[in-house]
Design a protein around this ligand. Structure first.
Ligand SMILES: Cc1cc2nc3c(=O)[nH]c(=O)nc-3n(C[C@H](O)[C@H](O)[C@H](O)COP(=O)(O)O)c2cc1C
Length: 181
């Protein structure tokens, strides 16, 4: 009954971190075992190398700090994915992990992870792009890997690190989504 919560923002304690941890706490209150993963402090991480060994081995062969994250997601019942918008895209910390999701695809592009994992998505931005990014992440995970979305939060106006924490309605929504994981 495990939940993996991925935090991509380098700003510890800021908006993405706050919202994801509110979801995580709600999941814990429901008896789930939650593993919160911070991508930014990882020192040894690479993007997908395009080696295609995953297509015969069924698992990524790049043995770095992201490999246990991929394995934890593979085993999890539920996943929270979060990313801030940087220059109109997800931040680089998230993109490195996202490309490694290629290892969840077989040679025929069918998924090699169990379908039906519950998914919550959290995105943040200063002015624009969080909604589009949340839709994109949710759509990718649902379409390619059969994840089942239970909710997403796109947080705008989040340059101040405490914007989310000061938004009671948003935090209540985060807890509500977390309770579905
Ligand atoms: C390198 C960089 C690029 C950014 N690019 C955008 C952008 O294109 N659009 C936008 O609305 N906000 C942009 N921002 C603002 C961040 O999205 C916003 O402060 C952040 O998402 C808040 O997330 P966090 O509080 O979880 O760190 C950028 C911030 C940084 C540091």
């Amino acid at each position: 009954m495990s939940v993996v919560a991925v935090i991509s923002s380098p700003r510890k304690g800021a908006n993405g971190d706050t919202v994801v941890n509110a979801m995580a706490e709600a999941a814990r209150s429901n008896g789930k075992d939650v593993n919160v993963v911070y991508l930014n402090p990882m020192k040894d991480r690479r993007g997908c190398q395009g080696c295609n060994q995953c297509k015969t081995k069924g698992r990524c062969v790049v043995n770095d700090d992201l490999l246990p994250v991929l394995d934890a997601i593979r085993e999890a019942e539920s996943v929270i994915l979060s990313a801030p918008v940087y220059f109109g895209c997800p931040c680089a910390q998230y993109r490195l992990l996202e490309d490694r999701f290629y290892s969840f695809l077989n040679a025929d592009f069918s998924s090699n992870v169990a379908a039906g994992k519950k998914l919550a998505v959290v995105t943040t931005c200063g002015t624009a792009g969080a909604e589009e990014l949340a839709d994109k992440i949710e759509g990718t995970m649902a379409k390619l890997f059969g994840f089942k979305p239970v909710g997403k939060l796109a947080v705008g106006g989040s340059n101040p690190p405490d914007a989310a924490a000061n938004d009671a309605e948003l935090m209540a929504k985060a807890r509500e989504i977390g309770s579905k994981l």
